[in-house]
Design a protein around this ligand. Structure first.
Ligand code: FAD
Length: 289
């Protein structure tokens, strides 16, 4: 199928894009990499009358860090994150996540901002943002606001963004010394969305005790979430094999999985246990490196 007719704009600044979105309201859509939106338009599940393409706006694609925060422009492509030296050096969760998304072609076009604003519950960036306590910078005609990842996602394909707002930047606090992390996903095959995904970040003190932990599960429930049961099994503990198994069991107990074409609820639940264990082990391996 082909999309319904639409009017196409290519603004050269964020302000111009916001003016267009404000003018046309719910009838307009921002276009980033087009990897989700164009598909929906071809299927006629989205029928915007006005498309506001962000590709010519300078300064929305970058990865930079200072001592406190990593900043990623919303139009930064998954592939740019995957190949960034900054990410490879210090941000293993982001590296794992970018690498796990779709095929090379998808990673070359799709953007982190587009993925977050689309809010597919099985998308890889969502759990990674939850465990790293990311902040999203959002601009609209009334100014700029910062929204924490925990408040940004309302439900499947739904966020707090209004139709006149743009996400411009993702900010992730720098991890403390002694922090390790990983992201792992089970899918039907390369290039497919998550059946189960696990993001974990742990911070160890000099005594080798896990002082802080965040563990998020994606693809299993209606929306990605942090598993308090899994985190409680790790926080304040020396992480040996038993602690890892207890965390995997905690994750298993914390899910209320969905069934869909990709997997049954029962399979998702059992794989949650397996992939939580593996993700923690992958993070611990990095601690030793
Ligand atoms: C075959 C295939 C396989 C895929 N596999 C995976 C996978 O394994 N894992 C995964 O996570 N994803 C996967 N994806 C999705 C992919 O990651 C997309 O890149 C992503 O969902 C959307 O990013 P985009 O830049 O293409 O956004 P678009 O498709 O251009 O936009 C998506 C939505 O976000 C809005 N939007 C975009 N940018 C902004 C912004 N800056 N501010 C406000 N609103 C904005 C748009 O209006 C639209 O509603 C796959 C896609 C395909 C087609």
């Amino acid at each position: 199928m082909t999309p319904k007719d639409f009017e196409y704009f290519v603004p050269s600044s964020v302000n111009e894009a916001i003016s267009l979105l404000s003018k046309y309201g719910d009838e307009a859509k921002a276009l980033a990499g087009g990897q989700s939106l164009l598909l929906l338009m071809k299927l006629r599940l989205a029928e915007p009358k006005y498309l506001v393409d962000l590709k010519k706006i300078q300064g929305l694609s970058y990865i930079k860090e200072d001592s406190e925060v990593l900043s990623i422009g919303a139009m930064t492509r998954h592939a740019d994150i995957e190949s960034s030296d900054i990410i490879a050096r210090k941000w293993p969760i982001l590296f794992d996540t970018a690498k796990a998304i779709g095929h090379t072609q998808i990673r070359n076009r799709g953007t982190i901002g587009g993925s977050l604003c689309h809010a597919d519950p099985s998308a890889d960036w969502l759990p990674a943002m939850l465990v790293q306590d990311a902040e999203f910078i959002v601009s609209g005609k009334d100014g700029t606001r910062s929204v924490n990842a925990h408040e940004f996602f309302i439900g499947a394909f739904s966020t707090v963004l209004n139709s006149q707002e743009l996400m411009t930047e993702i900010r992730i606090p720098s991890p403390k010394n002694g922090t390790v992390g990983s992201y792992l996903k089970l899918s039907m095959g390369p290039g497919d969305f998550a059946i189960v995904s696990v993001a974990i970040q742990m911070t160890f003190g000099d005594d080798d005790i896990c002082q802080d932990v965040a563990l998020a599960l994606g693809g299993v429930n209606e929306m990605p979430f942090r598993s308090a049961e899994a985190e409680d099994a790790l926080r304040g503990k020396h992480i040996d094999g038993n602690a890892v198994l207890a965390a995997a069991e905690g994750a298993f107990k914390s899910v209320s999985p969905i069934s869909d074409l990709r997997a049954s609820a029962d399979y998702r639940k059992r794989m949650t246990r397996v992939f939580t264990k593996r993700a923690i082990e992958q993070a611990l391996k990095r601690k030793k490196q």
